[in-house]
Design a protein around this ligand. Structure first.
Ligand code: ADP
Ligand code: MG
Length: 292
């Protein structure tokens, strides 16, 4: 059974919206020296907005119509942003068929009888499609501004690029500062492209960044860190974070995250506050010190 002081600490944390599934998670938190952080929905609000529409050889609304048709069944935050933009300008969504979604990549299917694809460069290329130089140039410009970019393809040709902007959480800077004080090394691991990942990491003073990570890559990163003898925590919100959350010494799920993240994690941050992480580490260390 857990020492009574750990149970009391768990209760105090719960009042602050930090809910541990077992007192052992609070105990393990005390010895954490590395924290792997997902970007989208964890360090950022996870509510990206369409900030750029760059059609190639068709109209802006035709490009958006293709995108919204492909994303019609997707629960991804980028899909929400596209639907919101289409609604804002009053677009009618064309019929789409046989759409398949690839986690950490995008979607493909048939829009009005034509094969169409939306997603990041790796996904588009994995389907044997080529991204023309003018599309790549446009994308690079937007990425340099910290935007996330997806490509839209129609009948093997590039129909254009769409850029998104997501806001960093208000308490991210404070959390990063507190982590340094606590001697915990933060690492960013994201499915997003390197440029937007680096923009966020730089603003937080985080040096280690792993971009374009598939769910299994996040898991491998956590396992590798553990093998090097470190106690590792991982914070995330998405299905793509679930394997890494489960493998970490302490998996921390954002309360507004997906069911996958919530069930894989050991601790839930009900209000998705980032500073709750450093508060929890501080309290667990105090508690453990008093036990020993
Ligand atoms: P993160 O680790 O940042 O939460 P994800 O693994 O969910 O990111 O997504 C990684 C990348 O895969 C996105 O930045 C996007 O480029 C692409 N992607 C994933 N799902 C979709 C989708 N439904 N539509 C378009 N692009 C997508
Ligand atoms: Mg995420």
């Amino acid at each position: 059974a857990a020492p009574i002081s750990l149970v009391i600490a768990s209760g105090r944390l719960a009042k602050r919206g930090i809910v541990a599934k077992e007192a052992g998670a609070v105990e393990r938190l005390a010895s954490i020296r590395t924290l792997v952080l997902d970007k989208t929905g964890t360090l950022t609000e996870g509510k990206p907005k369409v900030s750029f529409i760059g059609p190639l050889g068709l109209g802006r609304s035709s490009l958006l119509r293709l995108a919204v048709a492909l994303e019609s069944e997707s629960a991804h935050p980028l899909a929400d942003a596209i639907r919101e933009e289409a609604e804002r300008i009053g677009l009618v969504t064309p019929d789409a068929e046989r759409i398949v979604y690839a986690a950490g990549g995008g979607a493909q299917g048939w829009v009005r009888g034509d094969h169409a694809v939306i997603g990041n460069a790796r996904y588009v290329r994995s389907l044997g499609l080529e991204i023309p130089r003018d599309a790549r140039r446009q994308a690079a410009e937007r990425e340099a501004q910290g935007e996330t970019v997806v490509y839209v393809m129609e009948r093997e040709a590039c129909a254009g690029v769409i850029g998104f902007r997501d806001r960093m959480k208000g308490d991210a800077v404070q959390m990063a500062r507190e982590l340094r004080r606590l001697g915990v090394q933060p690492i960013v691991a994201t499915g997003d492209h390197a440029a937007p990942a680096n923009t966020v990491a730089k603003a937080l003073g985080i040096k280690e960044v792993h971009a374009s990570m598939l769910p299994e890559n996040k898991l491998e990163l956590v396992e590798k860190l553990k093998r090097s003898g470190k106690r590792v925590a991982m914070a995330g919100d998405g299905w793509n974070d679930a394997p890494a959350l489960a493998a970490a010494d302490v998996g921390i799920a954002m309360g507004n995250g997906t069911y996958g993240a919530l069930s894989a994690g050991h601790i839930t941050l009900i209000f998705s506050r980032l500073q709750a992480i450093t508060e929890a580490i501080r309290l667990s260390r105090l508690t453990i010190r008093n036990i020993r």
